[in-house]
Design a protein around this ligand. Structure first.
Ligand SMILES: Cc1ncc(C[n+]2csc(CCOP(=O)(O)OP(=O)(O)O)c2C)c(N)n1
Ligand SMILES: [Mg+2]
Length: 575
């Protein structure tokens, strides 16, 4: 019988580094890869596809990197970005660093120049290990083909272990071209598989759980805050149970929205200032006390608030110095807290003064917002189209679409108006406030959750950062509807004072301005996708109704009054 490890002449079959890398990726659980091919990684992409890894080819590594990071967040497994050497790796850094900021698991794999030519001006030469260092959690370089399997395993493992983040794998051109026998590759793959790192998050001490519950039980005005760390840990069932058991109001961070439905009677989202300003004990789960939560400090928070922080990272607890810090997996910690409450129950009840105060404020703010939303303002402000989008999304029911959002006014107003009812259905500019993530996130969401529609609500500037990827939507026929709030620029129209409009270039457009009423919908039409331009409520309703049922790549260009928004959206204090 013929030896499967040899060719017809009897010589052993040799495979190169590209094949070994592709085999390692497929074997170690990578099912999707995002990237831009070229020297020296085109063969690696093709080999991976042949082994069952879906490769989503982008126009720009930034977008592909954002996609990989969001794929990691949505699936719980590292998203993988493939880039070429030098400039490809530099573009990919946007994705790696954004993954670090959001603590999402991702791996960037870049080809690099020939090792013997490094330092002599080789093609696309860069010391990529050094370049990536400040932006990543862990890096590995395969200096020989035999190191590829263990390097692949290590970067994949480090991306998810503990606090997730961006990792990097360097594959030099010469290593990708080296060969070894298939049998030897198999042995190396088996060895690498045996050495995979296991998650070792310690269990929280039962005394700490008791202390946390005692704090919540003794509080007059307790609050539960949760973020995308809790979403990543898939802690939604435990959060639901905790809120039901204890009757404590809750507040999600932007990407924590949907872990419990925004429509829940204990949601304090519409009474955020009161909730954080007056709570005396805050159980914060998988959310960092960073700028998004005002560092947990006055004047937004009460100076006496006691924080109980649940975080997977000890460094995070050490940094924030909460009243009580629980290092652990959000889901497991909440399970223990729920068990402790069940053994000795307490529940605030609807008539509890704190619950009543939050609920009264929520009702007031919601009815004020609804009154604003009820007005049909044309030319469009932000609220009128946002309400139409909200209702169209809610009309879809379950499974809810994944909502992608970026922009300043568009994102801020969208966050307040759009309703999230299911976990991990919101992807936005995130911890870094990164513009340009939108199309990459849309593509990742569509690939990760094929049963869900993806709806993006984007400022025209935010959209423009990655607008070319509409071709990628069309090429893969992804069910993505991108709604562009077109107010002619970054925050909208020219807001400069007459004193600012001076100097030799005063006739140039304002730094914030783009071509007014640009035809963004025609971009996608250029590739065979569907485009709508809308200026009235009925036109928008029609476009959404058609595109939501067609589930085809679509851009809806919504023309907005350029002066409806404000500079920096809701972050003027940082300007
Ligand atoms: C990578 C990156 N570059 C620049 C910025 C600065 N920035 C903040 S919001 C924004 C765009 C806001 O305009 P748009 O998306 O049109 O939203 P609008 O306020 O007009 O609704 C920009 C450029 C950023 N946050 N991220
Ligand atoms: Mg804009």
């Amino acid at each position: 019988m013929a030896d499967p490890n040899s060719n017809p002449t009897g010589a052993p079959i040799l495979i190169d580094g590209n094949v070994v890398a592709a085999k390692a990726l497929a074997r170690f659980g990578v099912d999707r890869m995002f990237g831009v091919v070229g020297i020296p990684v085109t063969s690696l992409a093709n080999r991976a596809v042949a082994l069952g890894v879906r490769f989503i080819a982008f126009h720009n590594e930034q977008s592909a990197g954002y996609a990989a990071s969001a794929y990691g967040y949505l699936t719980g497994r590292p998203g993988v970005l493939l880039t070429v050497s030098g400039p490809g790796c530099v573009h990919g850094l946007a994705g790696v660093s954004n993954a670090m900021a959001n603590t999402w698991p991702m791996v960037m794999i870049s080809g690099s120049c020939d090792q013997k030519d490094f330092g002599r001006g080789d093609f696309q030469e860069l010391d990529q290990i050094e370049a990536v260092k400040p932006f990543s959690k862990f890096s590995a370089k395969a200096k020989d083909i035999r190191e590829i399997p263990s390097c692949v395993a290590q970067v994949l493992d480090h991306a998810v272990l503990g606090r997730p983040g961006g990792c990097y794998l360097d594959l030099p051109t010469d290593v990708l071209h080296q060969t070894l026998t298939e049998a030897e590759a198999e042995t190396l793959l088996e060895e690498a598989e045996k050495c995979r790192l296991k998650e070792e998050i310690p269990n929280v001490l039962s005394s700490q759980i008791e202390e946390a519950v005692a704090l919540l039980r003794g509080a007059e005005r307790p609050l539960i805050v949760f973020g995308k760390g809790a979403a990543f840990a898939r802690a939604e069932d435990e959060l639901k149970k905790l809120v039901e058991l204890s009757g404590i109001p809750f507040l999600p961070t932007p990407m924590g929205k949907g872990l419990l439905p925004d429509t829940h009677e204990l949601a304090a989202t519409a009474a955020r200032s009161l909730a954080i300003g007056k709570c005396d004990v805050a159980l914060v789960v998988g959310a960092r006390l960073n700028w998004l939560l005002h560092f947990g400090e006055p004047p937004k928070w009460s100076p006496d608030v006691k924080f109980v922080l649940v975080d997977v990272s000890k460094e995070e607890i050490d940094l924030r110095k909460p009243f009580l810090g629980l290092v652990g997996d959000a889901k497991r910690v909440l399970e223990s807290i729920n068990k402790e409450i069940k053994d000795d129950p307490f529940c605030l009840g609807r008539s509890h003064p704190w619950v009543e105060a939050i609920s009264k404020k929520t009702k007031e703010n919601v009815s004020r917002m609804e009154a604003q939303l009820a007005k049909e303002v044309v030319p469009f402000n932000f609220l009128t189209p946002m309400k139409i989008i909200r209702d169209a999304i809610l009309g879809l029911g379950s499974p809810a679409p994944i909502l992608v959002s970026e922009g300043a006014n568009t994102m801020d107003i969208g966050r307040a108006v759009l309703v999230q009812t299911e976990p991990r259905t919101r992807l936005d500019a995130g911890t870094w406030g990164t513009m340009g993530v939108g199309l990459g996130y849309c593509i990742a969401a569509a690939v990760a959750s094929p049963d869900r529609l993806v709806v993006a609500v984007e400022g025209d500037s935010g959209f423009g950062f990655s607008a070319m990827e509409v071709e990628t939507l069309v090429r893969y026929q992804l069910p993505v509807v991108v709604i562009v709030f077109n107010n002619g620029g970054v925050y909208g129209g020219d807001r400069r004072t007459s004193e600012e409009i001076t100097g030799p270039y005063k006739d140039d457009p304002a730094p914030t301005s783009f071509v007014p009423t640009a035809g963004y919908h025609t971009l996608i039409q250029a590739f065979g996708g569907t485009g709508y331009v809308v200026t009235t409520p009925n036109e928008l309703k029609h476009a959404l109704s058609e595109s939501f049922s067609a589930r085809k790549p679509t851009v809806v260009n919504v023309i907005i009054d350029p002066y409806a928004g404000s500079e920096s959206g809701r972050l003027q204090h940082k300007n």
